[in-house]
Design a binder for this molecule. Structure first.
Ligand code: CAA
Length: 387
């Protein structure tokens, strides 16, 4: 076992850290307050290779590995989780699925644009009536008689980056009788007639990452925008989420690191009863518990990233690794940000410090890309072999 990072992993980590400190941290509170989508920073991150870290250079990406991706995402989320959300959707949910299942033309056209930061990608699985129960979808895609295109009617909710997305990977039923085996995946161009966006969601946290409903009304999707084969869509969706969950785990580690660092500094500076509050055992116990959970979450996240890298060689699934990392890291993040507010007392509750933002941003990591309950279900089903 070797815990050392490769030169390339250190390089992308340092590039993300420098960008996060110089360009994101100074404006994070302002973007959170206004809920403005940070488009200029996203384009600049694309130029640095942060929007397609695992995408081969031949398709406009940085050509690095999953550990490098997780490390970079941790750095970005330490400065601002909302920037991290946009980055993770472009990398994991959009580019990843097309790289794995797409044709050469699809990779050249869509992956290249999103990995370079010129275009924004999104992933449309959830519907108003189905979040956790993902295969219970009402969206329909009907193939034309001549086979040249599909007519798609769909309503999708909670689409991260939806208000700005140029392209979506969208899931719809081509064979509603077949249940999960009747789902197919499509690449949708949002500039084509029949595509529209609903209202932007007013959110508790990650406020600068825009989220909306999208609707497809008799949208004509060319047959060459089918991703994979008809009926493979649900497995594509689940496989993409396996990778996505490693990204959310990394996001949780980044937010938790920021909350931990702030708490450590505060416990050394703030005085009560004539001494630094960090000298009190009750604060020290909190710091110890926060540190242990943070490092456990980091290790599980990097191990899941490593498992995904092994899977590229062996073809094995890394579903449980991703679910365990997301479950542990998101719950550690919620715990650590909660304790951080408590250690800061009134100042933890004030918008004058970033700690309340970390606390608000933490919550989504327990919800999106599969709730903690879904992660427990995935792990429990796999471990027991029972349903
Ligand atoms: N990889 C490959 N195949 C998989 C798979 C995976 N990870 N998980 C399931 N499958 C396959 C199964 O093997 C099965 O295939 P067979 O019938 O051939 O064996 C098929 O898919 C159906 O699987 P299940 O019977 O297990 O399906 P289910 O209906 O019981 O659902 C579930 C499983 C785990 C609950 C799944 O629905 C799920 O993960 N739900 C959560 C959805 C979710 O995470 N949504 C997040 C939305 S995206 C988002 O949040 C993005 C954002 O904003 C940033």
């Amino acid at each position: 076992m070797d815990f050392n990072l490769t030169e390339e992993q250190q390089m992308i980590q340092a590039a993300a850290r420098d960008f996060a400190r110089e360009r994101i941290a100074p404006v994070a509170a302002e973007f959170d307050e206004s809920g403005t989508f940070p488009i200029d920073n996203i384009r600049a991150m694309g130029e640095l290779g942060l929007m397609g870290i695992e995408v081969p250079e031949a398709y406009g990406g940085a050509g690095l590995d999953t550990i490098g991706y997780a490390l970079a995402l941790m750095e970005i989320c330490e400065a601002d989780a909302a920037h991290g959300t946009i980055m993770s959707v472009n990398n994991s949910l959009f580019c990843n699925g097309i790289l794995k299942h797409g044709t050469e033309d699809q990779k050249q056209k869509y992956v290249r644009a999103v990995a370079s930061g010129e275009a924004i990608g999104a992933y449309a699985l959830t519907e108003p009536q189905s979040g956790s129960d993902a295969s219970n979808m009402k969206s329909r895609a009907v193939r034309s008689d001549d086979g040249s295109h599909y007519v798609i009617n769909a309503r999708k909710s909670w689409i991260t980056s939806g208000p700005y997305a140029d392209y979506l990977v969208l899931f719809a039923m081509t064979d509603p009788e077949a249940g999960a085996k009747g789902v197919s995946a499509f690449i949708i161009d949002t500039r084509v007639d029949g595509f529209s966006r609903g209202k932007t969601e007013p959110k508790l946290g990650i406020r600068a990452s825009a989220t909306c409903e999208v609707e497809l009304d008799d949208y004509k999707c060319p047959a060459d925008c089918l991703l994979g084969e008809e009926g493979q869509g649900f497995k594509i969706a689940m496989g993409v989420l396996d990778a996505g969950r490693i990204g959310i785990a990394a996001q949780a580690v980044g937010i938790a690191q920021a909350a931990y660092d702030a708490s450590l500094a505060w416990s050394r500076d703030r005085k009560a009863f004539g001494r630094e509050i960090g000298s009190f055992q009750m604060i020290q116990a909190k710091i110890a518990d926060m540190k242990c959970r943070l490092e456990a979450a980091r290790l599980l996240t990097l191990r899941a990233a490593w498992a995904k890298m092994q899977a590229q060689r062996t073809g094995a699934r890394f579903t449980v690794d991703g679910s365990m990392a997301k479950l542990v890291a998101s719950e550690a993040c919620m715990y650590i940000t909660h304790q951080a507010v408590q250690i800061h007392g009134g100042m933890g509750y004030s918008k004058e410090m970033p700690v309340e933002r970390y606390f608000r941003d933490a919550k989504i990591t327990e919800i999106y890309e599969g709730t903690s309950e879904i992660q427990r279900m995935v792990i429990g089903r796999t471990e027991t072999g029972l349903r």
